[in-house]
Design a protein around this ligand. Sequence first.
Ligand SMILES: Nc1nc2c(ncn2[C@@H]2O[C@H](COP(=O)(O)OP(=O)(O)OP(=O)(O)O)[C@@H](O)[C@H]2O)c(=O)[nH]1
Ligand SMILES: [Mg+2]
Length: 393
Amino acid sequence: MHVKKFYASSMPEAMTAIRAELGADAIILQSRKIRQPGLMGFFKPLRLEVTAAVDKDLRDFPQPTRAANDDVRKMRRELADLKLALARVSKDRSSQQLAQTVRQQPGQYSMPPRIASLDGWYNRLLEQGVAVELAQQIIQTVADELSRWALDNENVLNEHLHWHLGRRLKAPQPLALTRGNPQVSFLVGPTGVGKTTTIAKLAANFKHQHKARVLMVTADTFRVAAIPQFQAFGDILGIPVEVVYTPQDLQKIISKNTEYDLILVDTPGRSQRSQDEVSEVAAFLSAVPNKTVHLTVAANTQYQDMHQIFTAFSTMHIDGFIFTKTDETSSFGPAYSLACETKTPLSYLTNGQKVPDDIEIASAERVIDLLVGEVPDEIRSTRRRMLAATNGR
Ligand SMILES: Nc1nc2c(ncn2[C@@H]2O[C@H](COP(=O)(O)OP(=O)(O)OP(=O)(O)O)[C@@H](O)[C@H]2O)c(=O)[nH]1
Ligand SMILES: [Mg+2]
């Protein structure tokens, strides 16, 4: 058994040093925050002291022991059984409904009581609608990385889980301006999810906060009243508006409006079930070589439907997601799962009908809040440092 203390400013930094020095089998025995030595240490930020150990045979080390052995193997088996049982219940239910089933049939699922803390987290993720397989992976990874002591320590476990939830997300890709070179940005997605409203929110924010010259273009000439709605947003916001009927129209509008910083292109809502309809939108995108494309999905959509939407629209290159209507659901798991599984950045969240206020960049912190609820200040500040160290969010 080789035991060593590591000092770092964050858990990811400590983990990197531990993995480099002790290897992938190292486990964390303990972690605590300590003040830096000397008089001036009082004024400096707290350091993290992490005790880690590595040994091929941990049986000689009675307490704390690695949680990732028998318990976890048993847990893995039970999770696999659970997955099979759930799959049998109904193939087309959302994972949120599946979580409901878990609660209704507790006999089908019993985590070993010795890792009840993980059991609680696992159920919480399922209740939020996180996909079963993803929830299993998250819990499994945490179980593998933390010692028994850490798993029983609520704060350490919570911090670690929050960090894991955040590090699975790609960094958001909000629109970025290059002066003198108009950025053309499309919003695509199913009907009624809030594409036009989100375009208006983005346009107003870029105009007022970034002093950008913004042009709004709509290719939605299908829906009755779509053009007057678009025109009304333009008038209220004082932003010029163009309507295009064909991909060639769009090409012309873009090449003659080079003085703008941002050209936001609205597209007609298309059903993911109709590949023809989606292809019509794709034809508008093909007319513009340099562009960004955001797939707009309502956060209250069922998980299976979200997957279908992503599959149908992934014939276009999707740069990021915009999840709308977060105010209309208390389960953010399907949206979180889709972003993780498709490895696609989650760029914006919208949480209401108000233009321009109800939109924000999807920071990992905000996403985790939506997923697991608001957290105490202490966890929030540690989490912010850990996430910043991981992916600069
Ligand atoms: N609660 C809530 N409603 C929203 C949000 N975003 C948009 N809406 C509302 O959703 C409805 C549809 O919004 P639109 O912007 O017209 O949706 P769309 O995707 O452009 O619709 P189509 O063009 O018909 O495909 C409107 O009533 C919006 O006010 C949101 O974040 N929260
Ligand atoms: Mg619209």
